[in-house]
Design a protein around this ligand. Sequence first.
Ligand code: NAD
Length: 489
Amino acid sequence: MTDVEKRPSRAPVPSGWEYAPAPEARDIVHIDERYGLYVGGEWLEAKEHYTTISPSSEEPLAEIAQAGPEEVATAVAAAREAAENGWAEISPSERAKYLFRIARILQERSREFAVLESLNGGKPIRESRDVDLPLAAAHFFYYAGWADKLEYAFPNRRPRPVGVAGQIIPWNFPLLMLAWKIAPALAAGNTVVLKPAETTPLTALLFCDVVRQAELPSGVVNIVTGDGRTGAELVRSEVDKIAFTGSTEVGKAIQRELAGTGKRLTLELGGKAANIIFDDCALDQAIEGIVNGIYFNQGHVCCAGSRLLVQESIYEQAVAKLKRRLKTLRVGDPLDKNTDVGAINSKQQLEKIRELVEAGEAEGAEIYQPPCRLPENGYWFAPTVFTNVAQSYRIAQEEIFGPVLSVLTFRTPEEAIEKANNTPYGLSAGVWTEKGSRILWMAGRLRAGVIWANTYNRFDPSSPFGGYKESGFGREGGRHGLEPYLEFE
Ligand code: NAD
C-alpha cells in the first residue's frame, strides 16, 4: 500500500449540498433619488413621479418620472430635430462608430448594468451578467456592422431611414429589449423615443449615461418613463413608426389606434410555446432544456417553453427526472450568484400567476412544486409543474409568464404538431430528437417564428426573432430587423 492509500483522514462526505451565500456587491451601482426624462441630451424635470422598487425586497429604489402628453411631445420634437438636422446625414460609417462605442461601453460597464438589472427586475445576477448584458452589447456590435452596408443588405432598393421611431418595451429583459430596439433603429439612420416598462426603468435611465459617454448627438436617443398612459401618448404622438414589445392585449389596442394613420408598426407579443420531447432524444439534455425553457428568468420570457409535449413512451421517466431536477433549483436573492430562480417582477404579475395556477388546480391538473423556502418580503413563486393537463385548460392555453410548466403527452409526430399549433400564439417551439430528418419535418409544420432543435432559449443578434398569429408581426435581429426601420424606393 502506498502512503496515499494508507492515509486515514478522508474529507467528510457532506450530508447536503448547501452553498454559502455569494451575493454580488451592490456598491458598484449608483441610483439617484429621483430621475427626470432624457430628452434632447438633457434631463427634463417631470410634473409627476412614482416609486420604482426592488421586487425581491419591496425596497424603494428611486422616484421615476411619469411623462405626460406634453413631455412626450417634447421628446418626439427633440427626436425629429435630430433626425432632420444631422443624424440621417452623418455618414453611415460615422453612425457605425457611435454604435461600436455604445457596445464597448456596455461591455466595460456590464457589471454595473447587471447588478442594476437584477436589483430593479428581480432576475438572477447569473442571468443578467451572462445573458442580458453580453447579448445587449452583441446587438450593438452586430448592428454597428450593418450601418454602412445598408445598400448591400438591400441591393437596388435605395434604403433610407423612416424618421422618428417610438419604441415601447416590457419588463422581462429591460436592457436587452432596449438594445433590440435602439441598435437597428440607429444603424438605419433613425432617431428614437423609447419608453421602458414602468417597473424596470433603471437600466434604460443608466443607458442615458452611456449615450452621453459615447457622445451621441443630442436628440438621437430620448428616454421617457411612465406607465401605459405614457406608452399610449407615444403611440398617438408625431412619430413615424411604433415598435412595440409587450402583451397581445396592448398590441391589439395599438394596432387599432394606428389603423389608417400611415404610421408603421411592428408588434412582438406573447407566446405559449411547445417544447416537444421525442422518445429518442438525449433525455438528460432535454431535461436541462426544459428547465432552461421555462424557469429561465422566472418564466418571464415571451418564448418560454411553457407547454411540455412528451412522447407517451417516455412520459413517466421524463416527469420523474424533471421533478428530481427541480429539487436542485435554488430560488432566492437575485443578487446571489448561486440563485437559479429570482423574484417575480411585480405584485401584479404574481397575482396573475397565482390566479392561473389556481385555475389549473380547479380544472383538475396535478400540481408539483419542489420543497423550497421562499423569502418573506418581495414577490416569489416556486417552480411549478402541472401534469394531467388537458389542452382546453387555461394553463395550456393562456400565457402565464411565470415559472409554471404544463405537461401534455402525444403519441405520433402528427399529434405533436396538432397540439403544438393548437394555440392562438406562434412565437417559438423546441424539438428534441436525435433524428435530423424529423427535426426538419417538424420545423416545416410548426407555426412558430423561432424553432430550436435540441436546445432552447438560444439567441444571437444575427438571427431574426418574431412571431405568427397573436404573437405579432415583424422581425427583430438579423438583416430582417433593419427592414422595419427603412423606407425603400
Ligand atoms: P404590457 O403590454 O402590459 O406592457 C408592455 C409595455 O407597454 C410597457 O412599457 C407598458 O407600460 C406599455 N403599455 C401598457 N399599456 C399601453 C398602452 N395602452 N399603449 C401603449 N403602451 C402601453 O406587457 P408586460 O406585461 O409589460 O410584458 C409582458 C408581455 O410582453 C408578455 O405578454 C410577453 O409575452 C410579451 N413579450 C414579448 C416579447 C417578444 O419579443 N415577442 C418579448 C418580451 C415580452
